[in-house]
Design a protein around this ligand. Structure first.
Ligand SMILES: Cc1ncc(COP(=O)(O)O)c(C=O)c1O
Length: 306
């Protein structure tokens, strides 16, 4: 995955890949006190550009808030560091991973004595669930692990430690022979995938779980809502979706920076629709890829040129 990656930006400097290390007594290693982002840079018709960088930066700073973590670099500094890193690595398209974490300081649950480190790494990355998944769809299973409620760990914050929930759901899905999991929330309704939001199509309208369902406020989710509305679809984005509705949906698909727009062809071995990418999913996915390939004028503010 990291073959050919030469440098990582770390606390204000570009350091060699092998030197981008931290102490074993870092607070984040023990207590999960880090926040991160996952962003894509696309090779668009108008040149390399980072997709929805401003929104990812907004979420990065917001993620740190509940943890009383001040990120010691401002937006311009992180933007310049990231764009320069992409240029130095010579990448036209890539995945971008900003991370802020509590480093080596006093080791107790209270994090405030531990310094905050900030890093950005970039690397080449294709389709997360595979090219075939984008065309044919994926087989998923409802996880026996529930998503933690936002009253336990804020789910609108992309916190490193909280991702053990996603790790458990992914491990379970994989060991049972599924590509991905769907995680229910504490109430037993649909939350999201381990790294994706979920959309359901019924009678030509779109439904996606609301922010109070213990989900991450996905930036691809926001983009797909906008694209779908621009295409004339009615989108219901504050709803609860029950487990049973998954099985009877006309179409289902995941959205995420990694998964982009990935159709779901079965849930718990129940075939969804025709068992392949449905027509609404196809139209939205096609438009999504057109937007990231062309960076058209109508969506120009979604792109930050490298
Ligand atoms: C738990 C979870 N839900 C949803 C998403 C999708 O969010 P985005 O579209 O911003 O990548 C992600 C990925 O970041 C995630 O980790």
């Amino acid at each position: 995955m990291f073959e050919g990656v030469e440098e990582v930006w770390m606390d204000g400097e570009f350091v060699d890949f092998e030197d981008a290390t931290t102490h074993v007594l870092s607070h984040a290693l023990h207590y999960g006190t880090g926040v991160f982002e996952g962003v894509r840079c696309y090779d668009t018709a108008k040149g390399s550009a980072v997709f929805r960088w401003d929104e990812h930066l907004d979420r990065f700073y917001q993620s740190a808030k509940p943890y009383d973590m001040e990120i010691p670099f401002d937006r311009d500094e992180l933007t310049e560091a990231t764009l320069e890193l992409i240029r130095r690595e010579g990448l036209d398209s890539c995945y971008i991973r900003p991370l802020a974490f509590r480093g080596h300081g006093p080791l107790g649950v209270d994090p405030r004595g531990a310094p905050v480190s900030v890093t950005v790494a970039v690397w080449p990355w294709g389709a997360y669930l595979g090219e075939e998944a984008l065309e044919e769809g994926v087989d998923v299973a409802v996880s026996s692990w529930r998503k933690h409620a936002s009253s336990q760990i804020p789910t609108n914050s992309k916190t490193t430690g909280a991702y053990v929930n996603s790790v458990l759901a992914s491990l379970e899905a994989d060991s049972n022979g599924y590509v991905e999991a769907i995680v229910l929330n504490k109430e037993g309704n649909v939350a999201e995938g381990p790294g994706e939001n979920l959309f359901l199509v019924r009678d030509g309208e779109l439904y996606t779980t609301g922010l109070s369902e213990s989900i991450l406020d996905g930036i691809t989710r926001q983009s797909v809502i906008e694209i779908a509305e621009d295409l004339g679809y009615e989108v219901h984005d504050t709803v609860s979706i029950s487990r049973g509705e998954l099985y009877t949906a006309d179409e289902l698909f995941f959205t995420g920076t990694a998964a982009e727009v990935t159709p779901i062809r079965s849930v718990d071995d129940n075939v969804i629709g025709e068992g392949t990418k449905g027509p609404v999913t196809d139209e939205i996915q096609t438009k999504f890829f057109e937007v990231i390939e062309d960076a058209p004028e109508a969506y120009a503010d979604w792109f930050t040129p490298v």
